[in-house]
Design a protein around this ligand. Sequence first.
Ligand code: ARG
Length: 461
Amino acid sequence: TSNQMWGGRFASGPAAIMEAINASIGFDKKLYAQDISGSLAHSEMLAETGIISADDQAKIAHGLNTILKEIEGGKFSFSTQLEDIHMNIEARLAELIGPAAGRLHTARSRNDQVAVDLRLWVKDELARVAEALKGLIAAFLERAEEHAATVMPGFTHMQAAQPVTFGHHCMAYVEMFARDLSRVRDAMARMDESPLGAAALAGTSFPIDRHMTARALGFREPTRNSLDSVSDRDFALEFLSISAISATHLSRLAEEIVIWSTPQFGFVRLSDSFSTGSSIMPQKKNPDAAELVRGKTGRVNGHLVGLLTLMKGLPLTYSKDMQEDKEAVFDTAETLDLMLAAMTGMVRDLTVNEAAMKKAAGAGYSTATDLADWLVRTLGLPFREAHHVTGRAVALAESRKVGLEKLALEELQSIHPGITDNIFSVLSVQNSVKSRTSFGGTAPSEVRKQVRAWKKRLAKA
Ligand code: ARG
């Protein structure tokens, strides 16, 4: 039998394979609430503008609310024959209220319908992501405050570089996740325009009021070009790219947690709730949650590339290719929500091993720069010469297999006669971090300043 929506032109129904490739109901049923809100707003506007009767609108609204309850109560039977969420709902509406259901689709197309549904869905998801990011940032601010003066090695090339504080390291992630949050806010403002009323692509001859539906659905205003309205998916691309960037931040953190929690580093211990054991090796405590955050980043990044690739060859306006946007968006949302929640839990729960961090902070001649700076400051050496003198001190310490602070004053003076006892004060890791008071530097006093500023800023973010 031919399709009940467009059967007029068709003599027979689709081949089974056609139905299988065409149907999106398996995943776009997630849009049911947005689809019903969109239809309610549209029907109210149709009645308000006199395009349909108040009586028909009342029937439509009643039917749509019944369908909402059916779906939420698990009593709705979805059909692949009806292709997608839009036609599933409309067909059920016809069963419930009869011919009035056929008036709902006046001055509307599935093209603007799906565009408005997905925008509403992405807007909601971005609001969730914003809250989750704020939770993660808050967790980091707590840890940063607690560990503003806990020294650890700072790395470049994964080699110990200069001592920093764990609080400062936490605040680096605060900066990253706060930028993610601001990207979320920017994107939300940009997608705050309703495409509903663009109809198939050209607009409509019915006297619709697009400002009214935009307002009813919580959009700032309607979109300004009907062709763009039905073919734009850059709101989805922005969601995917924000997600990919944020996932990449989460993944770097996850990688650090994996490294830090090895017995070789021993900087942090994960709580039992965020680690697993081994079925064969009784001694193991594995950072599975961190590894999964790192691993899931691959698919989040993949979805961005997938949708970019899908869109890049599409002429205006709608093509069915675009139906493929949804799984990328839905899977990214589900994955990112989980990653943010797991990472927030890990950050909150992890135990910091201050002794191990401090020990590692002093290893690898990490205060060599402090020694060089002392030579510049106290003896007036040009930095390049100070660098050279310090290099010889490091070589000497290395040959003696001791730290810089363990060299005798006479040994240091044999490298440069101007060196005095006073130099030892800058060779401790504690003093090294304390001295880095430049704006944004690692000194505990600076870290505490940044924590205070971010706490205030976050309250308003
Ligand atoms: N299920 C479709 C999608 O997700 C809805 C729009 C269908 N429009 C069309 N002209 N076939 O993109």
